[in-house]
Design a protein around this ligand. Structure first.
Ligand SMILES: NC(=O)c1ccc[n+]([C@@H]2O[C@H](COP(=O)([O-])OP(=O)(O)OC[C@H]3O[C@@H](n4cnc5c(N)ncnc54)[C@H](O)[C@@H]3O)[C@@H](O)[C@H]2O)c1
Length: 262
């Protein structure tokens, strides 16, 4: 288990699936965590279970800049500083470009891209206050959950794939613009067993369990990823053990991207 003792970390989308597992794991690693999302009830439950000393929930709509400003201010007011952020909130939409309208674009790009953009704009100046920028000193980490969808033309996923690809470019820009004080890193999950994955199975002509079993046979490690798989690697990327990883994307897909294209 990585040592994140005393670190203050914001996790957006921290009340479900991958984000929730990250919040739980970062707390186990000794961090103080702000879970930010649009799920008030789940947020309250998490705080009750893990304790208000370790977790604080902030209702945040990451697509709304004002809401992101409040998230950052509340984190500083509750825990005194921000060491790192894990931008993980995301939404999914099914369709080809011909299926979408402007509202769909706003929803998916708003959460998946604008949400990360506003979080970078407002959280990075706070993180930079704690980083000296001196040679060999510890840097803050701006971690973003991307997706293998940034690299694959998934059928009927045009908007989602485009949103995740945009994040890869943003990560590279953050790494160069904030060099010395911030490391910007992407974590790219393959197929992870979360409520979002279950939602993508709706409308198919087989039960979810059957669809999962079929997918598992296609993944080289022969199982779906679990949220904790991502959380453990995220903790490593937020720790000093990964201090030379910067401006790049770490893929966690059980070997899916290594498959030949036939
Ligand atoms: N599950 C997978 O197979 C998979 C694969 C690749 C990438 N991802 C990415 O991982 C991340 C987490 O997904 P998940 O599978 O855990 O899904 P999930 O649906 O379980 O969790 C999504 C989280 O985002 C939050 N959220 C949604 N809209 C928001 C908004 N406007 N403001 C703030 N929070 C908001 C939700 O409240 C929830 O906590 C997403 O970015 C997703 O794109 C998931």
């Amino acid at each position: 288990m990585k040592d994140l003792n005393g670190k203050v970390i914001i996790v957006t989308g921290g009340t479900s699936g991958i984000g929730e597992a990250c919040v739980r794991h970062f707390v186990e690693c000794g961090a103080k965590v702000v879970a930010a999302s649009i799920q008030r009830e789940e947020g309250a439950k998490l705080v009750e279970e893990l304790g208000a000393d370790s977790v604080h929930f902030v209702f945040t709509d990451v697509s709304d800049e004002t809401s992101v400003v409040s998230m950052v201010a509340e984190t500083v007011s509750v825990f005194g500083k921000i060491d790192s952020v894990h931008c993980n909130a995301g939404v999914w939409a099914k369709g080809m470009v011909t299926d979408f309208n402007d509202a769909d674009w706003e929803k998916v790009m708003g959460v998946n891209v604008k949400g990360v953009f506003w979080t970078a704009k407002h959280a990075i100046p706070e993180i930079e206050k704690n980083a000296t920028g001196e040679k060999g000193s510890e840097q803050g980490v701006f971690l973003v959950t991307t997706s293998v969808a940034a690299q694959i033309g998934f059928p009927a996923h045009a908007l989602y794939c485009a949103s995740k690809a945009a994040l890869e470019a943003l990560i590279r820009c953050l790494a160069t613009d904030h060099a010395g004080k911030i490391r910007a890193v992407g974590i790219s999950p393959g197929t992870i067993d979360t409520p979002m994955l279950a939602a993508t199975c709706e409308g198919w002509d087989a039960p979810v369990e059957e669809l999962y079993a079929q997918v598992e046979q296609k993944i080289p490690v022969r199982r779906l990823g679990q949220p904790l798989d991502i959380a453990k690697t995220a903790a490593f990327l937020l720790s000093r053990d990964s201090e030379y990883i910067n401006g790049t994307i770490v893929t966690l897909d059980g070997g899916t991207m290594a498959l030949p294209p036939w």
